[in-house]
Every structure is written in C-alpha cells, then in structure tokens.
Design a protein around this ligand. Structure first.
Ligand SMILES: Nc1nc2c(ncn2[C@@H]2O[C@H](COP(=O)(O)OP(=O)(O)OP(=O)(O)O)[C@@H](O)[C@H]2O)c(=O)[nH]1
Ligand SMILES: [Mg+2]
Length: 342
C-alpha cells in the first residue's frame, strides 16, 4: 500500500539512490548527508535547479516564493547561505512535484507548502508530517449506536461506489449483530434498484423500494418508518449519483436529508479522483458529516484523501479497498504518513 507515494516522498527527503536532492541539501538532512565529506564546497553550477535555467538565488529574484523566504541581502552575500537558500527552493519544488504526482489537488499542495515554507529545510519533513496528521482525521461509528434506528445516508457523484459501500456497511453492522434495512433511494439510474436488491439478497437484508422515477425522500422515509415499526437497528440509504454542479439534484439530496434527518451522512470519494476531489468535497460539504474513500485498492497514492480532508475538515470513517463486502477499513493516519516515508 502507498508504495508509490512512499517512493516519491522518500526521493524528496533523501535516502534513495536516484534522489534529486542536491549534495548541499543532503548536508542539511542528517540521515541523507552521511556519505558527504563535511565542508566540501558545493560545485559551481550544481545548485542550478534545471539545466538551462539560471540559479534563482544568484539572480536574487526566485520565482514562486513567499515573502518570508525571499533571500535577504546578507544571505546572498555568503556563498554557504546562498547554497542553503537554493536548496530550500529545490526542496520545495521537489515536494510540490511529489505531492502533485501523488494526486493531491493543486490548492491543497499550496496549503501544505505554505506550512513547509515557515520552517527551515531540515524541519520540513517534521512539519509536513505534523500538518498531514492534523488533516487526516479518523472517525468511527460508535459501537453502542446512539439511536434506533440509526440512519446513515450515502451520497456522492456517479460511480464513486455508493451502492457497494451501502452493501459493505450492511455487512459491517450484521457482523456487529445489528439488524439492517436498506432504502433503494436511487430511483433514477436504470438497474440501480436491481443492483442493490442483489446485494441485499446475498446479505439477507430487507430492502425498501418504490418504482423508478418516484421521490427518493419518500423511499427513505418509508425505510425509516419500517425500521421504527420492526425495531431495526440501522437504516442505510443508497442515493443516486449526482454531479456536484447540478443544483437540482443537490436540492433533491437536501430534501432526503430534511425528511429523514439521518444521524450520519457520508460522502463517497473515489481515490482515483484528482483535482476534482476538491470541487466535489466543497459542493457536498454542507450536506455531509464525513467521508468514505473508495477504490483505495485501485489508487494507493492517498492524494484524494488528503485533498478532501483539507477542504472539508471532515473525518474519514472508512477506506474501502476492494470489492468484497469485508473490504472496509478504518483510516489509520500514522500508518499512511509512515508509508509516505515522512
Ligand atoms: N476496486 C474497487 N472497486 C469498487 C470499490 N467500490 C466500488 N467499486 C466498483 O465501482 C463500480 C461502481 O460502484 P457502485 O457502488 O455501483 O457506485 P455508485 O456510486 O453506486 O454508482 P452510481 O449509482 O451509478 O452513481 C462497481 O463496479 C463497483 O464494484 C472499491 O473499493 N474498490
Ligand atoms: Mg449506486
């Protein structure tokens, strides 16, 4: 898991043979600088970030730097200081590239880099680790459910794994000796009800359904009424995929929420989503309490997870990493950040 991301980040912070970190940057990283003789002067030209591009610090006009890191004249006067400064730029650029290649959205990369810029290069790794730990918030459904029925709504854009997640959640609660009823509130997509029914038949749980084209809020309402009457522990509401830019469909989701007042509304985000994760998260944010990151087995880079957590500040309840009903894991931020090599 996360091997790709680990490779990227480790390359940035040294340790790998192909590390693009310059010798001077290695010197300021305790572990990475082991093989470099102390006090060896940095070869001229080695600090130029890219062939054909002038060394930014030599010009004194580095691109893409915050005010706080613009080199002071006294720094530029000392060759050693110049080297460190150039290497800070190199570190930031490499870090930016690494995070972008890992699928972290542009604006979230900027937020993370702003934090790194506030510290010395040798503290960058610790700072990034701290910021990521603060971002990635795990949450779990309480073992003792606070209500009966406990109502969970699953929402998200098309194909992100809502229906599969409903089925996995049904298995999750059945394993914990809770009774479950499922609401087929995707009355829009062809074959959506049959797809859910197949899962429910396999899992042995009751599904409440209406006809295609009927009001999803009415289906959800009936499922909750059924659960109340039959003393069912959990209601899981499957909703249709909706593009976050479709105001009409977002209002429909608001109506479902208004009518059944779920205890927990979860947004499914596909781990393969790139920059769009930010837009999806922002649009659904007012309607959700937390996130389920799906298809984590398909894309292990963790970028979408970081982006959505940064934008919503909402906790992550599960990582779905596979198509089997049991493929639902809690988020373990330390494990993820350790795997990144931070
Ligand atoms: N590899 C993998 N595939 C998944 C995962 N979750 C869902 N899928 C697959 O993704 C596809 C879409 O899943 P659905 O559960 O139908 O997605 P949905 O959001 O309900 O789709 P719509 O109802 O059409 O909006 C299916 O082929 C699932 O088997 C996962 O965690 N890992
Ligand atoms: Mg579905």
């Amino acid at each position: 898991m996360l091997g790709f991301l680990r490779k990227k980040i480790q390359r940035i912070f040294g340790g790998a043979e192909e590390s693009p970190v310059t010798p001077e940057a290695k010197k300021i990283q305790p572990e990475a600088g082991k093989h470099k003789p102390a006090n060896k002067p940095v070869a001229k030209g080695r600090t130029s970030p890219k062939p054909g591009r002038p060394a930014k610090a030599e010009e004194g006009q580095p691109a893409r730097v915050s005010k706080s890191e613009v080199a002071r004249p006294e720094q530029l006067a000392k060759p050693r200081g110049t080297g460190l400064f150039v290497n800070q730029q190199k570190l930031l650029e490499d870090l930016e590239t690494g995070l972008l290649e890992c699928g972290v959205a542009f604006e979230v990369v900027d937020i993370l880099l702003a934090g790194v810029r506030e510290v010395k290069p040798r503290e960058a790794k610790a700072r990034l680790r701290k910021d990521l730990l603060a971002l990635l918030k795990p949450a779990e459904i309480p073992a003792r459910l606070p209500a009966r029925p406990y109502v969970i709504l699953i929402a998200g854009i098309n194909g992100t794994g809502k229906t599969t997640t409903v089925a996995k959640l049904a298995r999750y609660f059945l394993d914990r000796k809770k009774s479950v009823v499922v609401a087929a509130a995707d009355t829009f997509r062809a074959a959506a009800i049959e797809q859910l029914r197949e899962h429910c038949n396999r899992l042995g749980v009751r599904m409440i359904e209406h006809q295609y084209g009927s009001d999803p809020a009415a289906v959800a309402f009936d499922a909750v009424r059924h659960a109340e009457a039959k003393k069912v522990d959990v209601v899981l509401i499957d909703t249709s995929g909706r593009l976050h830019v479709d105001a009409g469909l977002m209002r429909e989701l608001e109506k479902v929420k208004r009518v059944v007042k779920p205890h927990l509304s979860l947004l499914t985000i596909d781990a393969t989503t790139g920059n769009d994760a930010v837009e999806q998260a922002r649009a659904f944010d007012p309607l959700i309490d937390g996130v389920v990151l799906t298809k984590f087995d398909v894309d292990e880079r963790g970028g979408a997870l970081i982006s959505v957590s940064a934008v919503t500040g909402k906790p992550v309840y599960f990582l779905a990493a596979g198509q089997a009903y049991g493929d639902l894991e809690p988020l373990e931020p330390r494990k993820i950040i350790d795997a990144m090599g931070l």
